[in-house]
Design a protein around this ligand. Structure first.
Ligand SMILES: C[S@@+](CC[C@H](N)C(=O)[O-])C[C@H]1O[C@@H](n2cnc3c(N)ncnc32)[C@H](O)[C@@H]1O
Length: 276
């Protein structure tokens, strides 16, 4: 099954109310789903993982926590493709997302997979509506992180696995454009540390933390353009009006393997220890 590889960080703090952020997120991803039919742009790229593949590591950690009776909630599941990849390790799986358009695509993928124990629902990860103590595992793969709500829906001993976008992700691209998600954050507190603290403040014990720097090489400028249309690195990205910055980046970042993007992601796993 093809895996989605597009990136975002829903937890980026911005000077907006929570309601505004959610409406923006929903609008952005719904447009992406309408345009691309899901969460995969088809942009061609070659990837090199000198420190390992963070998505593979995330999947391995989630599989390890699975069991035949285990329950998994994935928030920000988008088109569900990645969730369906780990779903066979669990007895019951729920995928939640703000975007009905993404979930329509997820339901199509689920039907094709024949995985009857997986359900998708439109919902907000900050107030999921599930009864307390429903899940053994909550995952968020480049989706939102709401530690208090995750704690509420987890049973004692349950775990969170989170894949996040680091502060150095595509830094040169953002510097060339002069804007972008997490713009300027490279000088501040590392995002992984901030997210770790948020989990600890909510009563979790972080028992796994790893950062991954890796390289992507887009085969042509058209592939990079297609990619930028579907990720929220620049939520307002526009092929025509961003042409000048785009061309400057392509000139600067073209290598033998393609147009280079330097990625920086991280994976955290945290447990609700006994007595919580
Ligand atoms: C980068 S996509 C992640 C896709 C998916 N996890 C994957 O790995 O392919 C982020 C998703 O999170 C969803 N999202 C953002 N904020 C959310 C929230 N508060 N509650 C539920 N879903 C949310 C968006 O609609 C979007 O589909």
């Amino acid at each position: 099954m093809e895996r989605a590889l597009e990136s975002m960080d829903c937890s980026t703090p911005r000077r907006l109310s929570e309601g505004q952020i959610m409406t923006e997120q929903q609008g952005f991803y719904s447009k992406v789903a309408e345009k691309f039919g899901g969460y995969s742009s088809g942009a061609r790229r070659t990837t090199s993982y000198p420190q390992g593949d963070p998505e593979e590591e995330f999947d391995a950690l989630v599989h390890e926590l699975g069991s035949a009776t285990g329950t998994l909630l994935d928030v920000g599941c988008a088109d569900g493709l990645n969730l369906l990849g780990v779903a066979p390790s669990f007895g019951r799986v729920d995928g939640l997302d703000l975007s009905p358009e993404m979930l329509a695509s997820a339901e199509r993928h689920r039907a094709a997979s024949g995985l009857d124990h997986v359900r998708f629902a439109v919902g907000d990860a900050s107030a999921t509506g599930f009864p307390a103590g429903t899940f053994d595992v909550v995952t968020s793969r480049r989706g939102p992180l709401f530690p208090e709500e995750f704690r509420r829906v987890l049973r004692r001993g349950g775990s969170v696995v989170y894949l996040g976008i680091g502060e150095r992700d595509v830094r040169t691209l953002k510097e060339t454009f002069g804007r972008g998600q997490l713009y300027g954050r490279w000088a501040g507190t590392p995002v992984a540390l901030e997210e770790r603290r948020r989990l600890e403040d909510a009563g979790f014990t972080v028992d796994y933390e790893r950062e991954f720097s890796y390289d992507e090489f887009f085969h042509t400028p058209e592939d990079l353009d297609r990619f930028l249309q579907m990720v929220p690195i620049f939520e307002d990205y526009d092929t025509a009006s961003d042409r000048e910055a785009f061309d400057r980046y392509v000139t600067r970042a073209t290598a033998q393997e393609g147009i280079h993007l330097a990625r920086h992601w991280f994976v955290l796993r945290a447990q609700l220890t006994a007595g919580d």
